[in-house]
Design a protein around this ligand. Structure first.
Ligand code: LRH
Ligand code: MN
Length: 434
């Protein structure tokens, strides 16, 4: 931590002061990469342009220190409320240039929509999908979600859960959101506890009421998850259940893929390819994991898997396979890092995977695949993945007024130290993910 007087990391003058000593090296690296790609018959500019357009939403619940069921160790300067969270999200966007929207979680982020939109506008932010929450009981809540929400056997509980989701849509409308992310924890811990078919029918019946309440230009993002908190069966357990529900509910019901919601070794890029074919790939919750829903930083454990997912997205674009533009969001839990640093670097890792996927010579790959030249086909992907696209990402940030070295700039600003002074410690909970 430096002892320089605290500065506002969103101040463009501060950012350009940080960039000044780094520009010459960046130019040299960018020119070298330009020549390297030219030798490979590839143009750097279109990649730079495409990556510069790439945007990913920040999860409001990701800017506070996360935890597990065992413990949560709050860091200094924790956000105390949604307005502190917006402040932190604005710092992430100012330095990364890639995260202009925030995905709120209700009722965790409940506040006057007018106050939220005003503060967001001042901070240069907008709102992405809103997330409902029927996986916890709120203080004063009439009926418990212990045995489910949209699929509970008691119609009164289902009605309560439907009403909450419709309430989230109304708040989202006031915020300018265009989608509701619907993840429910409903499921069973023991065989026999729940009728697998009837529970799914109850889901469809409840979700149809939520779908009916969607404004005409909204999407319903259905998020599947293999397990947790249910440990035997989850009603929307996999992409098949999610796709079946989407196709039953209507055209604007689409599937959201949270990378951590699959068993280890599941081929997620294959699921992405299938959902694209079905015209139902609605969005992502990007993160990384080694075992379960670890919610680790995107690209931190298996960057090749992340690349392969973007490879499917770029290939679909190249084949004009689908009109649908998936909503990109991060969904991570930062238990041991500064959440702002993790979210900045995660947004950049997504851009890295996208840029690398744009460097795949698709005509050449298609030829190798057609002639079953397996090794050259595999190498065509690896060559793109092993290209260091850092100069493209940094140049893109520079051109958007963001930081060439965003983590360096963030640390130079001593923003966390400032927050530690302004935000007293200890108002957050002791265990749990947020
Ligand atoms: C469920 C989930 C869902 C959010 C929650 C915070 O595991 O991925 O997207 O509601 O995390
Ligand atoms: Mn998620």
């Amino acid at each position: 931590m430096n002892d320089a007087p605290p500065v506002n990391p969103r101040d463009p003058n501060f950012i350009s002061r940080c960039n000044a000593p780094l520009r010459a090296d960046l130019e040299a690296d960018y020119d070298a990469l330009t020549r390297q790609l030219e030798r490979r018959g590839l143009k750097i500019e279109p990649v730079m342009r495409a990556v510069a357009e790439f945007r990913v939403a920040i999860p409001s619940w990701g800017v506070g220190t996360g935890g597990t069921r065992f413990a949560r160790f709050p860091g200094p300067g924790e956000p105390r409320n949604v307005f502190d969270k917006l402040e932190d999200c604005a710092v992430i966007h100012a330095l990364s240039g890639a995260t202009p929207t925030v995905s709120l979680h209700l009722p965790w982020d409940q506040a006057e929509p007018k106050a939220l939109t005003e503060r967001a506008r001042e901070l240069g932010l907008g709102f992405d999908a809103v997330n409902s929450n029927t996986f916890q009981d709120q203080r004063g809540q009439a009926l418990s979600y212990k045995f489910g929400s949209l699929t509970h056997t008691d119609p009164a509980v289902r009605e309560q859960a439907v009403a909450h989701n419709i309430g989230c849509i109304r708040v989202g409308e006031a915020l300018g959101s265009k989608a509701l992310t619907l993840w429910i924890a409903d499921g069973a811990n023991f065989p026999g506890q729940q009728h697998l078919a009837r529970a799914f029918e109850r889901y469809l019946e409840s979700a149809a009421q939520i779908y009916a309440a969607l404004p005409a230009d909204w999407h319903l993002l259905i998020e599947h998850k293999m397990y947790e908190p249910a440990f035997y069966a989850t009603v929307i357990q996999d992409w098949g259940s999610s796709l079946m529900a989407a196709e039953t509910l209507g055209d604007r019901a689409v599937c959201l893929v949270d990378l951590g919601h699959h068993a280890p070794h599941v081929n997620i890029e294959m699921i992405v390819a299938r959902l694209i074919r079905a015209g139902r790939l609605g969005g992502f919750h990007f993160n990384d994991s080694k075992y379960g829903d670890d919610d680790l930083d995107a690209g931190s454990i298996d960057p090749y898997r992340l690349f392969l997912i973007f490879n499917e997205l770029v290939d679909a674009e190249w084949r004009r396979a689908s009109e649908l533009r998936p909503a990109n969001m991060l969904d991570q839990s930062h238990n041991v890092t500064d959440p702002i640093e993790s979210l900045i670097s995660s947004a950049i890792e997504l851009q890295r995977a996208y840029a690398q996927a744009l460097l795949v010579d698709r005509a050449q790959l298609a030829d190798y695949q057609q002639r079953n030249d397996v090794l050259m086909a595999a190498q065509a992907l690896k060559r793109a993945f092993t290209t260091d696209v850092t100069p493209i990402l940094a140049r893109g940030r520079l051109e958007r007024g963001a930081a060439i070295d965003p983590i360096g700039a963030y640390r130079a600003s001593a923003y966390r130290k400032q927050c530690a002074k302004l935000r007293p410690v200890g108002e957050g909970s002791r265990s749990g993910i947020v």
